[in-house]
Design a protein around this ligand. Structure first.
Ligand SMILES: *Cc1c(COP(=O)(O)O)cnc(C)c1O
Length: 455
């Protein structure tokens, strides 16, 4: 193991004061979300019943490349930002690669993942609008934990629907949300019409993000002074996450390097977009040639094997129709441990970027992701979240290619969170009982054929 260590930080003054909105610089803008009731392109006002108004405006803003970070949010960022940019000498040595590997360590946030970057912003905008209650869904529990804490910071009540399989598999994440003062319900539940419908058809349904989203939106619509919040997929979430890449850009400059390859794991696209978009702006505006790689699980392969078309973001069809790469909103991913990556669709921005070949996607099998997590833990001392292991696996694959060619490429990946509350998953890996799940082409085709009937 390497004893060389190099970490780069920013001073308080150097922490970015604005987020970056890539929509303004995209040559082909994302297609508009469609209001399913009117079949017309969505206007910000259409989203007002569900989200805080400022977030609705950010969602559809294709004009302003830079958005000021509110002072109150930036003050909270300073509690844990800048997050370290680390030269991963240990990992480089373990692989024996000439590549220079860097990672941005978002696991140092109080809740252990990047999710807090957007949770603070969303809770702030709700508070500013006079909202008193927020709802949300959570899969693995990372987003629920972040939102629960952010709600507490800004004096809001939080109600969280947690995907049932995670609620049972990851009891500590539920305890964390409850410790921050949130009310947590396993989804599907009997507390909403969407949940009842699903349980009536399938009493053993273990839930999915799509189902939990339906329940959380329904509660928000039926509760006075209550808004829904989302931890991924939407463009305003990714906007808030660009703090990661904007910091990384300044930190890489301090290291005297610029990335040839930027990698993030991919659930709905917020941490991938967060680290990538500030660098991608130089590809778009100045013709730089950095490669961007989204690493998704082989069991939920919307980017590598899904179709690009309009689809709902949730199972019940409460969300607008979004133009995205999708496996179909009825897709039930296998119960992999990377709960944060178990989502059927991709955000509209990344979907357009992938279609236009401004980025790439790879799929990683569950066992390969944990192989990477083990190597990284032993080389760098940080036990990564099962989601983050996908980015690490993709980075290792690129570093191995450099070993073959002798190229000294600069690889940057985002460590989206730590895995200290996911040790049950590591236990399974260590005992040899962890398995791969793969989706057959028939499954994908069948689900998408169903989708075409609905939409
Ligand atoms: C939620 C989560 C992800 C996936 O979400 P994205 O929006 O795609 O970033 C990845 N890593 C961790 C640790 C998460 O909590």
């Amino acid at each position: 193991m390497s004893t060389k260590q190099k970490r780069y930080f920013l001073t308080e003054e150097e922490i970015p004061t604005q987020w970056y909105n890539i929509q303004a610089d995209m040559v082909n803008k994302p297609l508009p979300p469609i209001n399913p009731a009117t079949k017309q392109p969505l206007k910000p006002e259409d989203l007002f019943p569900v989200f805080a108004e400022e977030l609705c405006r950010q969602e559809l803003d294709q004009e302003h490349a830079w958005v000021d970070i509110p002072e109150e949010v930036r003050d909270m960022y300073k509690y844990y930002r800048s997050t370290p940019l680390v030269r991963a000498y240990g990992l480089e040595e373990a692989i024996g690669t000439p590549a220079h590997i860097y990672f941005k360590n978002e696991s140092v946030s109080p809740v252990g993942s990047h999710k807090l970057n957007s949770a603070l912003a969303q809770a702030y905008y709700c508070k500013k609008q006079g909202i008193t209650n927020v709802t949300t869904e959570t899969g693995a529990g990372q987003w629920g934990a972040a939102l629960s804490y952010a709600a507490k910071v800004f004096g809001l009540e939080a109600a969280v629907y947690q995907v049932k399989i995670s609620y049972n598999q990851k009891p500590y994440r539920r305890s964390i949300m409850q410790t921050y003062g949130a009310q947590v319900t396993a989804s599907p539940s009997m507390s909403t019409r969407a949940g009842k419908d699903i349980l009536t058809k399938d009493p053993n349904n273990q839930g999915s993000l799509g189902t939990a989203i339906s329940e959380a939106i329904e509660l928000a619509l039926n509760t006075p002074n209550c808004k829904y919040t989302l931890g991924s997929v939407l463009s305003h979430v990714t906007l808030h996450q660009t703090i990661i890449g904007l910091e990384a850009e300044k930190q890489m400059a301090k290291a005297g390097e610029y990335p040839d390859i930027v990698i993030g794991c991919f659930g709905g696209g917020s941490n991938f977009g967060g680290i990538s978009f500030p660098f991608m702006r130089h590809n778009i505006l100045e013709g730089k040639k950095t490669r961007f790689i989204a690493a998704e699980p082989a069991s939920c392969p919307k980017l590598t094997r899904g179709v690009f078309q309009y689809d709902f973001g949730d199972v019940a069809g409460y969300t607008p129709l979004l133009p995205m790469y999708t496996l179909g909103h009825n897709f039930m991913p296998a119960n992999i441990h990377a709960g944060g990556l178990r989502y059927h669709g991709a955000g509209v921005i990344v979907s357009q970027l992938l279609k236009d070949k401004l980025m790439e996607a790879v799929d990683i099998k569950q066992l390969e992701s944990f192989d990477a997590g083990m190597l990284f833990s032993q080389a760098e001392g940080i036990i990564p979240a099962p989601e983050s292991c996908h980015a690490i696996a993709a980075a290792i694959n690129e570093a191995k290619k450099c070993k073959e060619t002798g190229e000294e490429k600069v690889i940057l990946f985002n460590l989206s969170g730590h895995g200290l509350i996911d040790m049950a998953a590591y236990d399974q890996y260590l005992s040899g009982s962890l398995q791969n799940y793969e989706v057959t082409d028939e499954d994908v085709a069948k689900n998408i054929a169903e989708l075409e009937k609905v939409i």
